[in-house]
Design a protein around this ligand. Structure first.
Ligand SMILES: Cc1cc2nc3c(=O)[nH]c(=O)nc-3n(C[C@H](O)[C@H](O)[C@H](O)COP(=O)(O)OP(=O)(O)OC[C@H]3O[C@@H](n4cnc5c(N)ncnc54)[C@H](O)[C@@H]3O)c2cc1C
Length: 358
């Protein structure tokens, strides 16, 4: 991928152009079989490509946007779409001609999926969807979203287009982290979705959400490893060049130990992400490893972002500094795809204990 050709970051139009450029370089085709139009390579290859992108672009928002598209729309369509749905969407999603994402969260329902209230009612003409989604990545640039709603009180998935009657894809509210991903609310008021756009079976929504989030948790930090590598390189360079009391800054153990910790966090995150790729490439379950990866990586990213600011001093806090931006990005990474506390609940439940154990 020729990174010097990546369009500059800016508004939603720029976000879409940057997304499209990545797609045009084949980034959305990794780990998809060749007979489905993909690169026919492994998840390990995808991880390497995402890390290279992260290191070059240093833009956690672009990485989030790509991951929401992949795990929220493209892979669910690959895994659950019928022949017609695959025909309609897969190639365009891989080529970046369509941008997707998934809409799960609502104002009253974040971590607690049981509180989801959006409804779908089956009529002769199609499904009537009503409700409001919040914090949905890609909404301002999305052509379609996989939206989860209750049909006969069972969570089910629907493919909603941005130009469907009764569907309103907003560009607010935004959060302060990963801003270039773009986000917003999705308001559905008697939105009529054709029967042909139900994705998967009625009642399969919960399982589909878990599967999508598992993949997102496993791989979203592949790109962020690249960002963390750039972050580490920057502080090492600074610690050598910056002179304090007649010697270089890194001579102080209070600084060099922080750098050692940053290196350990980066390499451990990388090991976890690669372990997820190894499991996926061998058709093994990902539930435990993806929760462990997400938990470790988000906390590591946040601590390393704080350490980088500490080492670089006030210059890192100059308004719009990319280093300062990473602190907000890292804070939001503790929340997207399920918060750190939810990952602990999953891990404990898989060990046969804790709040999540039934
Ligand atoms: C940048 C960003 C992008 C996002 N993109 C999307 C998207 O594309 N699609 C989408 O559907 N959603 C998206 N979200 C929403 C995200 O999934 C939710 O923010 C997340 O699930 C947490 O929900 P909440 O913010 O409502 O917090 P709450 O669920 O209200 O939790 C508040 C606090 O309580 C803690 N908590 C909650 N329940 C428990 C528990 N059982 N045990 C211990 N602690 C608990 C949480 O960890 C958190 O610290 C995004 C969020 C961000 C920040």
């Amino acid at each position: 991928m020729e990174m010097d050709k990546l369009p500059c970051a800016g508004d939603a139009t720029a976000s879409r152009q940057r997304f499209f450029y990545c797609a045009s370089q084949g980034l959305l085709k990794h780990a998809i079989p060749a007979n489905r139009g993909g690169n026919g390579n492994r998840f390990a290859d995808m991880v390497n490509a995402h890390e290279a992108l992260g290191k070059a672009c240093k833009d956690s928002g672009l990485l989030l946007s790509i991951n929401a598209h992949l795990w929220g729309a493209l892979f669910p369509l690959l895994n659950y779409g019928n022949a017609q749905q695959q025909e309609n969407y897969i190639h365009k999603l891989m080529a970046g001609l369509l941008v997707g994402g998934h809409a799960i969260t609502e104002i009253q329902a974040g971590s607690d999926l049981n509180a989801l209230a959006m409804t779908a009612v089956c009529t002769e003409e199609g499904f009537l969807l009503n409700g409001r989604k919040r914090f949905i990545t890609n909404t301002p640039i999305a052509d379609l979203l996989v939206v989860y709603a209750r049909l006969d009180n069972k969570l089910s998935a629907f493919i909603v287009h941005n130009d469907d009657e009764g569907a309103n894809f907003l560009d607010s509210p935004q959060v302060s982290g990963c801003q270039s991903a773009t986000m917003g609310d999705v308001i559905l008021q008697n939105a009529l979705i054709p029967h042909s756009r139900q994705l998967g079976k009625t009642g399969a929504g919960n399982m589909m959400i878990q599967q999508a989030l598992e993949l997102e948790r496993a791989f979203i930090f592949a790109g962020i490893c690249g960002v963390m590598e750039w972050q580490l390189d920057s502080v090492i360079r600074f610690s050598r060049e910056r002179k304090v009391n007649g010697t270089h800054l890194g001579k102080n153990q209070a600084i060099s130990h922080k750098i050692a910790d940053m290196k350990l966090r980066l390499d451990t995150t990388r090991l976890w992400v690669n372990e997820c790729a190894r499991l996926k490439d061998n058709d093994k379950r990902l539930t435990l490893a993806s929760a462990q990866t997400k938990l470790f990586a988000a906390e590591a990213f946040l601590q390393s972002s704080l350490d980088a600011i500490h080492i670089l001093g006030s210059s890192a806090l100059i308004t719009d500094s990319p280093m300062a931006r990473l602190v907000s990005d890292a804070l939001s990474s503790r929340l997207f795809s399920g918060s750190s506390e939810i990952q602990k609940n999953i891990i404990a439940a898989l060990l046969g204990t804790g709040d999540g154990y039934k």
